[in-house]
Design a protein. Sequence first.
Length: 494
Amino acid sequence: MSIDKKYGRYCDGCGDTIQKAHRIWDGKDFCATCYKRHFVSRACLRCGASARVHKNSHEDAICRKCSLEGRTCQRCSKPIIGKSGMISAGMPVCPSCTPYFREPRPCEQCGRPSTRLSSMPQMGIHAKICDRCRNSASCKTCSVCRKSRKVAGYTDANSPYCAQCVPGQEITHACPGCNTTLPGAGNAKCRPCINKDRILKDAAMLAATLDHAWAKDFCVNFAHSLWERKKDSPGLAKLYQAHQPMLQRLDATYAEIVEISPDTLLRDFGTATLRKHLLVRRYLEEALSIKVSQSSREDAADRDRIKVKLAEHGGKPWGPLLKEYASWLDGLDISTRTRRLYIATAATFCAEIKIGPSGWTENQAQRHLLRHPGAYSNLLRFVGFCSEVRGWKAVIPPQSRILNIRTKTPATVVRLRKLLDMVNAEGPEHVQDSVLCRVLALSFGLTIAKMRSIPRENFTSDGNGLKFKVGSDSVEIPTGLLAIAQAYLQRMAA
């Protein structure tokens, strides 16, 4: 195809602008006038009729009728009867495959690139639009059969209906599987029958991949049970597929179904997997008359969390110590949950103080307990283990000391209270300058030197209160300190 950027498509014979080529040969376009000039008449080799070929062509002369016989699409290989959709690289393409050879162009309505652009003059749309915009304009979900169809009309409630669901003229058919009456014509099945066919097909395919006979029967029976519970669910097939890995693991883990028990399920799969495949677990409990109790699941979950915690700290210097501590706790008559709490507390303690081969100091333990006061009781068990098994001089401060430190008034607050008592006793006008400066510095978290360096010009009054600037920040002085700040400003002015 010959196209000029300024004038568009042109004839390669005479150079005139053309809308459509009369003949294309060797990638060149020819108009009707040049066609007669450049293409000479010869006898068709097949039928003897007149055929025109380019005067410089060495190809055999074949007339149009013979050239159209026996053509197949270069993409789908289907025979092309009559006119082809397009010619690509000198080979025909059927109309159905033509969009695969077109260059994507933007839809004139939504702007999305598409190879399927067309207009809809019958609906007043003359722009080239894509399939999505065309379907949005012509189709809606029928309020009766719930299928996306061309709109035949609207009800009084402005609900669309298709041609098969016109009010008073509704077309129905019987489901071929269960004879349930369904809206619309055709031979479509109802949702339960569609789900049943799909899920049983998936179950049969899965059963063919399993090794043990009991597992094959189990996966098919589970499919029947799942269909009975959720036969109307549109996502039933995906739900069954989501549980297929669990069914495969059951087949790989147990040679006989009698090997399955609550203890073996928790041991081999853990609570996370059983929770993820809850429907399989419940069907197992129904089919085998077993019950995985809540307490058993909690114990298994705690054991899993202990394993995770030990693995998390396994590569740390204190990893062997925690592993030895966990083994020591196994020999005590305590619940799994308590062991988990003991190990978690010890792991946090070891990681925070970076425990070494000789233990820890009392100051390290005190700093840790000040941050985690609730860990005191759980940490006592770890201290006992280190003293008894490792022979360390393991100590932690008394709990009363930790409580006293945590409830002790900060030293800054104590100093500020003493200074305010001096101001109240002598009055802001008579107290020393240094006392006023220290009160303001402590109140706003500044050093005394920083407070003295703030010039008087940085203090401003807006009629409602007093502010001062520290760098680029503006700090408002609270009402309780206004008298002290004003007295401090008067001393600065003097």
